[in-house]
Design a protein around this ligand. Structure first.
Ligand SMILES: [Zn+2]
Length: 305
């Protein structure tokens, strides 16, 4: 059940239909976040400290919020009320990606957005996906953009990303104390039992599988006008088509320059190889493991026969 109508005011503007971008790591949510941030009338934050604190609280200790939807919604609204403030020094504490997307230099102070013409608030912080369901409760009119990508490519990219892989440090892993554990994709007893024996690729596959199952739940719980699913592969093969569709959904002309450029690079790379990209980096054993863990999800999305 959605929460009671709650009006959040930021910089004397009421937050109306905020846009949130979610996806598994390396699924293109960062690309879409930057494109929306550069679009007219949009104020998209990427990694404001108040938001990241909340995201990781939800990701790491989901049990803290279980059955306490109202409290969770309040925590989330407070985090964004702070994160979206536009002040002369806002964005100073944001991630480097946020400042870069706003055209600010790494250490620059300054608002990453013009107050004039600001109509829509949004957020594309890393790992925002772990708050997705709570976001729709905190902001019943929220619009969610979710990114989907072939799990084998996602795993290949995760394995090559030291930041993502650092989450698997034994000192950080809390699969024994937190169950179920969305952050590590552990939903059933069986997942927890097999966890100690899983390869890094299989552990990444669990995280991807969780994101796909979440996508299915969002699809069932949100009306079409509030959820846009974008396939990474479609975004890079037909960027103009995908972005025109996103522009209609977001109600603004979404900036296309960076994504068109990425698409060009991806096309050039794929001309130089046979077969799918993940085959360059994943072993046959890795692929077998991923398909064993997430075969059903890969098939459902049409990525595997
Ligand atoms: Zn920022």
């Amino acid at each position: 059940m959605p929460s009671a109508r709650h009006i959040l005011i930021v910089n004397s503007r009421s937050v109306h239909q905020p846009v949130f971008v979610v996806g598994a790591p390396h699924s293109g949510a960062d690309l879409i976040g930057r494109a929306l941030k550069a679009s007219a009338g949009f104020h998209v934050t990427i990694g404001q400290p108040s938001v990241l604190r909340t995201v990781y609280a939800f990701a790491r200790r989901p049990s803290m919020y279980q059955g306490r939807a109202q409290a969770a919604a309040t925590v989330i609204r407070d985090a964004f009320a702070q994160g979206w403030q536009v002040t002369p020094s806002s964005c100073l504490e944001c991630t480097r990606e946020c400042r870069a997307a706003a055209g600010l230099s790494a250490g620059a102070v300054g608002p990453c957005v013009e107050l004039r013409g600001l109509e829509t608030f949004g957020d594309a912080s890393p790992d925002l996906i772990y708050c997705a369901e709570a976001l729709t409760y905190a902001f019943p009119d929220a619009r969610i953009v979710q990114l989907i990508r072939d799990g084998r490519d996602v795993v290949a990219s995760m394995l090559a990303d030291p930041v993502v892989m650092s989450w698997y440090r034994p000192s950080f892993v809390n699969v024994d104390t937190e169950f179920p554990n969305p952050f590590f994709g552990i939903e059933a007893e069986e997942d927890r039992d097999q966890w100690p024996r899983l390869s890094p690729a299989a552990r990444c596959a669990l995280r991807w599988r969780w994101s796909v199952r979440l996508a299915a739940r969002l699809h069932h719980s949100l009306p079409t006008g509030q959820l846009k699913t974008i396939r990474y592969e479609h975004l890079l093969s037909k960027p103009d088509e995908a972005l025109a569709d996103l522009s209609r959904f977001a109600g603004t002309a979404v900036q296309t320059a960076e994504i068109r450029n990425e698409a060009r690079i991806a096309r050039a790379r794929s001309r130089h190889r046979r077969g799918p990209g993940y085959e360059m980096t994943l072993s046959t054993e890795d692929v077998t493991q991923i398909e064993k863990i997430a075969g059903e999800e890969l098939r459902r999305l049409g990525y595997a026969p």
